[in-house]
Design a protein around this ligand. Structure first.
Ligand code: SF4
Length: 227
């Protein structure tokens, strides 16, 4: 598999935010979201076998715990990734899969917690969500919308209502996009959408969504990689 990095840090997003986690970041993405903070994963990386990846995960977290498979878009390497995720589950790890929602997800092992994006209008990748993926969602899974403004918010709010997402998954995440040029200052002023404004909209509309901040951008310099 083509791997950009494997490291251990604090999970920054989702309902698992705040927990220690090993990140396995796969190289390559077929989308180009305008606010993407992972452009360094588009190219490069190094070839690693599943055995080498497993050995590194076990070295970083020998007594189990959380492993996030992320990218890039990890499901572009589905053929090798699916057996690897099953192996991690068999070893007792809790496995999270961060995916853009554009790739088919039927083959993801049932025990994996899927965190699936639905790209909003201002992402530059609107309409890439594969609607068939709604059928693959389980109660353990999470659906994430990255938002830049009111237009994105209304799209997300209406999508959640139309598909009754609140009833089908563990969490619906509304996350303000973070400026990809941000560095140094670790404040909400670096968000493209003010979290306070988003909170007020969610409350006003009673949306069954969780406001999700990328806490790693508030713990470390937002420009820092590998955290
Ligand atoms: S899908 Fe993820 S990795 Fe790919 S461009 Fe969008 S934000 Fe970046």
């Amino acid at each position: 598999m083509q791997i950009t990095e494997i490291y251990k840090s604090i999970q920054g997003e989702s309902t698992y935010a705040g927990l220690p986690c090993v990140f396995v970041r796969l190289t390559g993405c077929n989308l180009r979201c305008v606010w993407c903070d992972s452009e360094y994963t588009f190219h490069g990386g190094r070839r690693m076998t599943s055995e080498e990846i497993l050995a590194e995960v076990e070295r970083l977290s020998p007594s189990g715990g959380l492993v996030e498979i992320t990218g890039g878009e990890p499901m572009l390497q589905e053929r090798e990734l699916v057996p690897l995720m099953q192996l991690l589950l068999d070893l007792g790890y809790t496995v999270l899969l961060e995916t853009s929602g554009e790739r088919p997800l039927e083959a993801v092992p049932k025990g994996v917690v899927k965190i699936v994006d639905v790209k909003c209008p201002n992402s530059g990748e609107a309409d890439t969500f594969r609607m068939e993926n709604l059928e693959t969602l389980r109660l353990q899974d999470e659906v994430k919308f990255v938002l830049t403004d009111r237009l994105d918010y209304e799209f997300a709010r209406d999508f959640v209502a139309q598909h009754k997402l609140g009833q089908h998954v563990n969490a619906v995440l509304f996350s303000p996009a973070f400026s990809k040029e941000a560095s140094g200052e670790r404040t909400a002023a670096q968000c493209l959408l003010d979290p306070q404004e988003l909170a007020e909209w969610i409350v006003a509309d009673n949306v069954p969504a969780r406001l999700s901040l990328q806490i790693h951008k508030f713990i470390w310099d937002p420009a820092m990689k590998g955290v």
